[in-house]
Design a protein around this ligand. Structure first.
Ligand code: 6R9
Length: 651
C-alpha cells in the first residue's frame, strides 16, 4: 500500500459501533483491557482456568531466558482431552462438533463431540500400533475432510507433534518438510474434491518419499475419492483397515504444558521454510480465549464457520484447537467456493444457519467481482458476526462484506496475527470496539504491541513504522524447529527485547493500528505467505533460466500477485510464450499452484546494487506500472531502461 493510498484510507470517517444487543451480552467488555494491563500474567492465568489441567502450573510465565518463553510452567494438559473428552464428560457428547460438507453436493456428515472423540481415540490407538510414540513427528497431507481433524487431534492426544502440509503443495515441498522435521509417518488420502473433480494426493506422497529415502516408515491413507493408488506393501496402510478396527477406548496421557504440539512451516526471507514450533498449554490458552473473546462465541447457540484450509495456521488455531476447546458447533467445507456454483458458500450458510463467519479479504474481493446478486439469493440473516484475516482488508471490501454478507448489522472483526503468533493479537472486540473499515484497531487485552521507528522508539499517533510485540503472549512460537539461532535472528535481533513481526504499520490520530503489509521479501498472495527467494530458487532450477527476481505486485483480487523477471541462459536461444507457460508450470511443480507467477517477463538484465543485491523495489514499480523510482544506487542505471523497453514491447 502506498503512502498516498494510506492517507486516503486514514481519512476514512465511517465508524461502526457494536450492535446494542451484542454489547449487552458480550463475553468480554471494556474492563478486560484495564484488568489485563494491570496484571498481564494474572489475566492469562484466568484465561487458562477455562481449560482442564492435570497438574496445575506453578508459574504463569518463565521469561528468564528470552526469547525462549515458557508458559504455565509445571502444568500438565492434553489438547485433545480439552477439545473433546471434557465436553463429552460434561454431557455435551450429542452436540454437533462438525457439520462437514463435501464438495460433491449432498455429500455431508455431521459428527458429534462423542463421535469425534471415539474416532480420535481409535486413530490414536492405530497410530500407536504403527509405532508412533510421544515426541515422534507425523506429517499430515490431507484434503478438508473430518479425518484430517481426527488425525491432528490423535497426534495431539499422543503428544506426537503433527506437521500439516497444505494439500496444494507439491511433492518437493512435502519432502522438504518431512525431512526437516524427520516425520516417521505420513497421513494422507487418495485424494480430495476440488473444483468439481477428484484431485489426487497419494502420488505426491509416493514421490516425496522417493526423495527422502527410508525416513518414512508408514503411510496411513484415507479413502476419500476411491481413485486408483499405487500401493507399497508393508509401508502403506488403509485408514479404514486400521482405524476402524481399533478400540475407541484410549487413556490420554497429560503432557507437560511446554510439550510440542505441532510444527507449521511458513515461508521466510530465505528459500528454506521455517518450522514454527507451537507447544501445548499456552497455545491452547491463547487460541481458545481469543476465539471466545474475538468471536463472542456462545457455544450453545452459535454455528461458526472458518473457511480457512487446515493446512494454514488459521485452520489450526481457529478451526481445530480454539473452536473445539470452546465446544463450538462448526461448519467444515471441503471444496472451492464456486463448486458447483458461485453461491455455494451462501447456500451452506443458509442450510446450517451460520452465525459467525470468518474468511479472508481475497475471498471477499472475489465475491465482489462475482456480484452482489449471488449472496442475495440466499438467506444470510443468521449471521451476527464477521471476521477477516490474512491481509489488510481494504475499506471497499469491508463495506461490501458488511452490507452484502452481514446485512448491514453484523460487526466485522479484522484480526491481525501470524503463524508465529499462534493466536489473534490485534483485533476489535465486537462488543466493545467501534470498528473503522481497514484498521485492525488495538491490541487485545493481555497483548502488548506497538509501532516503532528504526531506533525502536514508539512512533507518535499519525505516523508509521514497524509493528512489534513488546511482551510475550501465551500462544507465541517457542522456536524454529531445530534452529534456535534462526529463531533469534529472524524475530528478536533487530531490537533488544522486541519481537519484530515483519509488517509495516501506522497509528492513526486515535492511536488505532493500520497494517501496511510486509516490509521484508515475503509476499502475501490470497492470504498465503510466499517468499520471493523461494520462487526465485524454483525458477532458477529450470535449465533455461539463468537468473530470476520475483516481486509481489498489488493485485485487485489476490492482494498481491507473483511477478517474475527472468534472465534466460544464452543456450535457451529466443523463446516465446511457450517458455513462459513452461516456467509458470515449473514453479507450480516445485512449490505449488499458489506460487505460480501471474506474469513472467523475460529480461536481458536485472537491476542490482553494487554489492549484487537485486533492487526489487524497482521491479515492483515496473510490475505495478509506475514511474520507476530512484536508480542511483544501481551498478548500471541503464538496466531499467532495457527492462522498461521490454515491457513496452510485451503483448
Ligand atoms: C494468520 C495469518 C501472517 C501475515 C502477517 C501480515 C498478514 C494477517 C492480517 C494481516 C493485515 C490482517 N496479515 N492478518 N495483515 N491485517 N488482519 O495470516 O498468518 O499466514 O503467517 O501470515 O499476514 O502481513 O505478518 P500467516
Amino acid at each position: 500500500m502506498s503512502e498516498e493510498t494510506l492517507s486516503n484510507l486514514m481519512n476514512e470517517q465511517r465508524r461502526f459501533a457494536p450492535p446494542a444487543e451484542l454489547a449487552a451480552s458480550a463475553n468480554v467488555t471494556e474492563e478486560a483491557y484495564e484488568r489485563a494491563a494491570s496484571d498481564r500474567e494474572a489475566f492469562w492465568a484466568e484465561a487458562a482456568e477455562r481449560l482442564d489441567w492435570g497438574q496445575k502450573w506453578d508459574q504463569v510465565l518463565d521469561w528468564s531466558n528470552p526469547p525462549f518463553a515458557k508458559w504455565f510452567v509445571g502444568g500438565t494438559i492434553n489438547a485433545a482431552v480439552n477439545c473433546l473428552d471434557r465436553h463429552v464428560e460434561a454431557g455435551r457428547g450429542d452436540k454437533v462438533a462438525l457439520h462437514w460438507v463435501g464438495e460433491p453436493e449432498d455429500d455431508t456428515r455431521d459428527l458429534t463431540y462423542a463421535q469425534l472423540k471415539d474416532e480420535v481415540c481409535r486413530a490414536a490407538n492405530a497410530l500407536t500400533e504403527l509405532g508412533v510414540q510421544k515426541g515422534d513427528r507425523v506429517a499430515i497431507y490431507m484434503p478438508m475432510i473430518p479425518e484430517t481433524v481426527v488425525a491432528m487431534l490423535a497426534c495431539a492426544r499422543l503428544g506426537a507433534p503433527h506437521t500439516v502440509v497444505f494439500g496444494g503443495f507439491s511433492a518437493d515441498a512435502l519432502a522438504s518438510r518431512v525431512t526437516d522435521c524427520e516425520a516417521k509417518v505420513i497421513i494422507t488420502a487418495d485424494g480430495g474434491y476440488r473444483r468439481g473433480a477428484p484431485s489426487a494426493l497419494k502420488p505426491a506422497v509416493d514421490e516425496a518419499i522417493a526423495k527422502v529415502g527410508d525416513l518414512v516408515r508408514n503411510v496411513l491413507v484415507v479413502r476419500r475419492t476411491g481413485q486408483d493408488v499405487d500401493w507399497a506393501e508393508g509401508r502403506d496402510v488403509w485408514w479404514h483397515d486400521v482405524v476402524d478396527a481399533a478400540s475407541a477406548e484410549h487413556e490420554a496421557e497429560l503432557h507437560d504444558s511446554e510439550h510440542p504440539l505441532y510444527v507449521m512451516y511458513t515461508s521466510g526471507t530465505t528459500g528454506k521454510p521455517k518450522g514454527i514450533l507451537h507447544t501445548t498449554g499456552g497455545y491452547l490458552v491463547g487460541t481458545s480465549w481469543t476465539h471466545w473473546a474475538v468471536f463472542d462465541l456462545k457455544p450453545e447457540t452459535d454455528v461458526y464457520w472458518c473457511t480457512a484450509d487446515v493446512g494454514w495456521v488459521t485452520g489450526h488455531s481457529y478451526m481445530v484447537y480454539g473452536p473445539l476447546a470452546n465446544g463450538s458447533t462448526q461448519v467444515m467445507y471441503e471444496g472451492t467456493p464456486d463448486a458447483p456454483h458461485k453461491g455455494r458458500w451462501w447456500e451452506i450458510v443458509e442450510k446450517y444457519g451460520v452465525t459467525i463467519f470468518y474468511t479472508a479479504p481475497t475471498a471477499i474481493r472475489t465475491f465482489m467481482k462475482w456480484g452482489d446478486e449471488i449472496p442475495a439469493k440466499y438467506d444470510r440473516s443468521s449471521i451476527r458476526l464477521l471476521g477477516s484475516v490474512g491481509e489488510p482488508i481494504n475499506p471497499e471490501a469491508y463495506i461490501w462484506y458488511r452490507k452484502n454478507i452481514g446485512g448491514d448489522k453484523a460487526p466485522i472483526v479484522d484480526t491481525w496475527w501470524q503463524t508465529e503468533t499462534g493466536q489473534i493479537l490485534i483485533s476489535p472486540l465486537p462488543g466493545v470496539t467501534s470498528g473503522k473499515p481497514g484498521s485492525a484497531m488495538t491490541p487485545l487485552p493481555g497483548v502488548a504491541a506497538d509501532v516503532v521507528d528504526d531506533e525502536a522508539r514508539p512512533v507518535p499517533n499519525g505516523s508509521g513504522g514497524y509493528l512489534v510485540l513488546t511482551q510475550p503472549w501465551p500462544a507465541m512460537l517457542r522456536t524454529l524447529w531445530g534452529d534456535d539461532q534462526r529463531f533469534k535472528d529472524t524475530y528478536w535481533s533487530r531490537w533488544e527485547g522486541l519481537y519484530f513481526a515483519g509488517d509495516g504499520a501506522k497509528k492513526d490520530d486515535d492511536g488505532d493500528i493500520w497494517l501496511l503489509g510486509r516490509v521484508d521479501d515475503v509476499m502475501n498472495v490470497s492470504g498465503h505467505r510466499l517468499s520471493t527467494t523461494e520462487i526465485e530458487s524454483a525458477l532458477v532450477s529450470h535449465p533455461m533460466v539463468a537468473e530470476a527476481a520475483v516481486v509481489g505486485a498489488a493485485d485487485e483480487m489476490t492482494g498481491q500477485a507473483v511477478c517474475a523477471f527472468v534472465i534466460l541462459r544464452e543456450s535457451a536461444g529466443v523463446q516465446g510464450d511457450d517458455l513462459v507457460t513452461e516456467l509458470r508450470n515449473h514453479v507450480a511443480k516445485e512449490i505449488g499452484g499458489i506460487a505460480k507467477p501471474r506474469q513472467i517477463m523475460i529480461v536481458p538484465e536485472l537491476p542490482k546494487t553494487r554489492s549484487g543485491k537485486i533492487m526489487r523495489r524497482l521491479l515492483k514499480d515496473v510490475a505495478e506500472h509506475r514511474e520507476v523510482g530512484d536508480v542511483t544506487t544501481l551498478a548500471d542505471s541503464t538496466v531499467m531502461d532495457l527492462i522498461k523497453s521490454k515491457e513496452a514491447s510485451a503483448p
